[in-house]
Every structure is written in structure tokens, then in C-alpha cells.
Design a protein around this ligand. Structure first.
Ligand code: NAP
Ligand code: ZN
Length: 349
């Protein structure tokens, strides 16, 4: 067994603190990874605080993982010791259902094994995430990471990057499309960078006036305050797509009216409370509401390669693991530009 140091939540209302546990030895198809950086996703906060009602404790969060391979199983062919590697939001899936066969493992019908707050496919061994020194994963659920980009900026691509890349590709967003990004946080800033890189005309819709200059620096062509009724009115029936990354409860109908004929609001954020959707806001303009969940392994690799080619990384603030609880409070106040990333070396001290 591999002794692993971590930070864990022991319950929904306690702060995260140090916790030690053991990981399995790598099996024939596994790689062992020494974790270097792990991004902090708003889903970590939702789950640590049991906001989705499905939390398993102790919980070691973290699904934006980059590190270096330190050991490989006998049958591993895709990785060797010393390679950089990435792990995203899931570590296994059934491999047999239609979505798994299509390479969309995130939609595994019986449900795959998430990187944390979940169970392995034996449905009894808990999974623990990236706020830890090591992780052992099947090579087929492990991504190759380029050495061209700063690793701390790559870590958030494993969730925030793929979660925004996948729907942009699915709906073939590009030149000629007007895209609104709702909420400038971890997902939002990646959505702006990626949609702009694909040629779309991007408008940032934010509650934070202080983020306008950043939004434009990240690639947004326009900025509007969602709290300003006049600005919102001017954007009525304006957008082909709204990429909704808001983490807090909000009313979808406020934003549906901003969609043009056949416009789609793609919901990525998972607020703890549901929003009512009045039929009138949909039938006017034949609008749709859709959702999208991270991305499959093949597409995650495609996204990592795309980002390496286009020099796209996340804007990060690197933190010591000891500051994780403060980081959560700052995220809830919108005080992060635009992703916290834990330097895992701080766990070893
Ligand atoms: P984040 O960094 O905290 O960003 C969320 C942003 O939402 C904030 O920066 C803020 O932007 C905006 N916001 C917050 N409260 C708001 C409110 N009351 N009204 C309007 N806007 C508000 O979070 P994140 O890590 O990007 O995650 C966003 C959401 O996506 C979370 O719910 C997370 O669980 C979910 N998620 C989903 C997937 C998926 O596969 N679909 C994957 C990862 C995460 P402004 O300051 O610009 O207003
Ligand atoms: Zn995430």
C-alpha cells in the first residue's frame, strides 16, 4: 500500500484538515502519479459542504490534477516513469454502455467512478482526489500533459477547461456566433478564452463591475453587468449561445430572453437549488436549455493538445494547502483570479 498525505473534510460543516490514508499499489494497467498541482473547483465546495446531498466522508476533494508518473504496471503501454500526466473528474467507467463505447465516458449509464466523493467500479472502495500527494489510476483514464505550458496553469484545464471546451465543440461554436459567458470564475474565464480562440464574438455577463478589464484581457469583446437592467434590455434576443457557469441559485428565465431565434443556454453550473423555467421564455424564439458534463477522455486529450498548440492556460493563484479553507471563502466572494491551484509540495512539509 502507498502511504498518502492529504487534506480531507470529515463532515459538511468542518474545515478541511490534514489526513493520511493508503492507496492501492499500481495494478498491471495502472500508473502511479506523484501529484504536483491540483486546481480548486467550485464543485469541491459544493461537495465538501454536502450541497448536492450525496457526500461521502472523509472526503479528499480535487479533480484538476497534474503530476509525474513514478511507477507503471506491467501492461502499461501509454506511459513511462518520468512522464507528465493529468487526471480529471473521473477515474473509471463501465466501458460497455453506449456512451462509454462512444468515448463519452462521463455519461456512463450505470455511472462511472468519479475521482473523489465516489466509489471505484467495485462500488465499495471510496475514491479520493487530488488534494493529496499521490494517485493511482488506470492508464486509459489518464491524460498526457505537454511540457510546453506551465503546469500550475494546466491543472484547471482538467475540469474547467474540458467542461467549457466540450459544449463549444458539441454545438460547433465559432466564427459568426454571438456567445455570452455568464459568470467570470474558473469555468467562465476558460469559456471566454476558448470561445474567443474558436472565433466567436464573446460577451462577458457578470455581477462584478471590477472584472470588466480582465474579461477583455481574457478575450471577451464586450462586457455587460447583469445587475444593470438597461444593459440587459439592450441585449434582448441577441445571443446564439449562453454558457451559464453560475454556481449560486439564480433564475434561468432572466437570461433566456437574451437568446436569439433557436438560441441555446448551455447550463454548466450546478447550483444547489433548481430554477423554474416558464414555457413562454422557451416558445418565444424556439429557445433551448441544455446541459453538459465535463468531457470524455478522447476529447479531454484533444482539449489539452489544443491548449498546448494555442498557448492557452488558466489564470491561477497558487496556494499552500494550509490556505485551502480561506481559498473556499474567497471563491464564494468571487475573489479569485480565476482559479486557485494548490502546490502539492506544501502537503509534504
Ligand atoms: P467559481 O469560480 O466560483 O465561479 C462562479 C462564478 O459565478 C462567480 O465568479 C460569479 O461570477 C458567478 N456568480 C456567483 N454567484 C452568483 C450569483 N448569485 N448570481 C450571478 N452570478 C454569480 O465556480 P466554478 O469553479 O467556475 O464552477 C461554476 C459552477 O460549475 C459550479 O456550480 C460547479 O459545481 C459547476 N461545474 C460543473 C461542471 C460540469 O461538468 N457541468 C464541471 C465543473 C464545475 P461574476 O463575479 O462574474 O458574476
Ligand atoms: Zn470541477
Amino acid at each position: 500500500m502507498i502511504a498518502t498525505k492529504a487534506y480531507a473534510a470529515q463532515g459538511a460543516t468542518t474545515a478541511l484538515g490534514p489526513w493520511n490514508f493508503e492507496r492501492r499499489e499500481p495494478g498491471p494497467h495502472d500508473v502511479q502519479i506523484e501529484i504536483l498541482y491540483c486546481g480548486v473547483c467550485h464543485s469541491d465546495i459544493h461537495q465538501v459542504r454536502n450541497e448536492w446531498g450525496n457526500s461521502i466522508y472523509p472526503m479528499v476533494p480535487g479533480h484538476e490534477i497534474v503530476g509525474r508518473v513514478t511507477k507503471v504496471g506491467d501492461h502499461v503501454t501509454r506511459f513511462k516513469v518520468g512522464d507528465l500526466a493529468g487526471i480529471g473528474c473521473f477515474v473509471d467507467s463501465c466501458g460497455e454502455c453506449a456512451p462509454c463505447k462512444a468515448g463519452e465516458e462521463q455519461y456512463c449509464v450505470p455511472g462511472g467512478a468519479l475521482t473523489y466523493n465516489s466509489y471505484e467500479m467495485d462500488r465499495k472502495t471510496p475514491t479520493y482526489g487530488g488534494y493529496s500527494t499521490h494517485i493511482i489510476t488506470n492508464e486509459n483514464y489518464t491524460l498526457h500533459v505537454s511540457d510546453k505550458l506551465p503546469l500550475e496553469g494546466v491543472a484547471p484545464l482538467l475540469c474547467a477547461g474540458i467542461t467549457t471546451y466540450s459544449p463549444l465543440r458539441h454545438w460547433k461554436v465559432g466564427k459568426g456566433h454571438k456567445v455570452a459567458v455568464l459568470g467570470l470564475g474558473g469555468l467562465g474565464h476558460m469559456a471566454v478564452k476558448l470561445a474567443a480562440s474558436m472565433g466567436a464574438e464573446v460577451t462577458m455577463l457578470s455581477t462584478s463591475p471590477s472584472k470588466e478589464a480582465d474579461a477583455k484581457r481574457l478575450g471577451a469583446h464586450h462586457f455587460a453587468l447583469i445587475t444593470d437592467q438597461e444593459q440587459m434590455k439592450q441585449l434582448t434576443s441577441h445571443f446564439d449561445f449562453i454558457v451559464n457557469t453560475i454556481s449560486a441559485p439564480h433564475d434561468y428565465s432572466t437570461y433566456l430572453n437574451l437568446l436569439n431565434l433557436d438560441g441555446v443556454m448551455i447550463c454548466l453550473g450546478v447550483p444547489p437549488e433548481a430554477s423554474p423555467v416558464p414555457a413562454f421564455n422557451l416558445i418565444a424564439g424556439r429557445r433551448s436549455i441544455a446541459g453538459s458534463l465535463i468531457g470524455g477522455i478522447r476529447e479531454t486529450q484533444e482539449m489539452l493538445d489544443y491548449c498546448a498548440e494555442h498557448n492557452i492556460t488558466s489564470d491561477v493563484e497558487v496556494i499552500d494547502i494550509k490556505d485551502i479553507n480561506t481559498a473556499y471563502e474567497r471563491m464564494l466572494k468571487g475573489d479569485v483570479k480565476y482559479r486557485f491551484v494548490i502546490d502539492i509540495a506544501s502537503l509534504k512539509q
